[in-house]
Design a protein around this ligand. Structure first.
Ligand code: ADP
Ligand code: MG
Length: 236
């Protein structure tokens, strides 16, 4: 399969502090890949860096065969990357529909907007029921659905999801992961998660990030069986 995203020897700094060291990874078109690690490992920093939100990095980032290192965030979004940020960050005072509308703002999303929204509603029917409600009045799970829907409105080639499960009840988390399984036939997905058990279940491959370095990688099924990983992350 062809690589859609490729990081080569990426080093990322926040201010003077180096947060990520020598990160190399690839995600093929159509793959569902997870980056796992505990709080503070550098997962969000990695996604923000790829999205062009942290300009201070060394190394190469290729997306769809194009070198995107150094591009501005809006240019990267235009290339077809979309991020569902940690903590969801929906516009609380705006309605569900208005939040989706904002997601369609990048050029790729303006075309076929109604069709894209209809598709998102098929994935998350509750968003149609709540369309005139302020996003701040939704439950945590519904806000996560809205945040994913908003990102999908730009019709991305690749979707980043930062901590889907954070603060959500296990059953809700499971439901949303199931929708992602359905979605993965149409979009390439990179998940970042502290919830190692769920993320391994719903990804094909995974990388383990520890203190800013990738320490392990492989098929998710293999990692889920691995003794060290079970001890460190699954409490077994
Ligand atoms: N705005 C910031 N400025 C400086 N350092 C930061 C900032 N945000 C996070 N960090 C540091 O970067 C490291 C990685 O954080 P983060 O990427 O948020 O980890 P994760 O998403 O895996 O929990 C942590 O040591 C954190 O303290
Ligand atoms: Mg994070």
């Amino acid at each position: 399969m062809k690589n859609l995203l490729k990081l080569s020897n990426l080093h990322v700094f926040r201010g003077e502090t180096q947060i990520l060291w020598d990160i190399s990874l690839q995600v093929a078109e159509g793959e569902k890949v997870a980056i796992l690690g505990s709080n503070g490992a550098g997962k969000s920093t990695l996604l923000l860096s790829i999205m062009g939100a942290l300009p201070s990095n060394i190394g190469k980032i290729h997306f769809a065969d194009r070198l995107i290192t150094g591009l501005k965030a809006y240019q990267i979004i235009r290339e077809g990357l979309a991020l569902v940020p940690e903590g969801r960050r929906v516009y609380r005072d705006m309605t569900v529909w208005e939040n989706l509308e904002i997601g369609a703002y990048p050029k790729r999303g303006r075309k076929d907007k109604d069709r894209t929204r209809a598709h998102i509603i098929q994935l998350f029917p509750i968003l149609a029921e709540r369309k005139h409600q302020a996003a701040g009045t939704l439950s945590g799970g519904e806000q996560q659905m809205l945040a994913i829907g908003r990102a999908l409105m730009s019709r991305p080639r690749m979707l980043f999801i930062d901590e889907l499960s954070l603060g959500l009840a296990p059953l809700i988390t499971k439901d949303i992961f199931k929708v992602l399984d359905a979605l993965s036939s149409e979009t390439t997905i990179l998940l970042v998660e502290q919830n190692v058990e769920q993320a391994l279940k719903h990804s094909e491959r995974a990388y383990i990030l520890e203190s800013g370095r990738i320490t392990r990688s492989g098929p998710s099924d293999d990692l889920a069986k691995d003794e060290d990983i079970r001890r460190a992350y699954l409490g077994l």
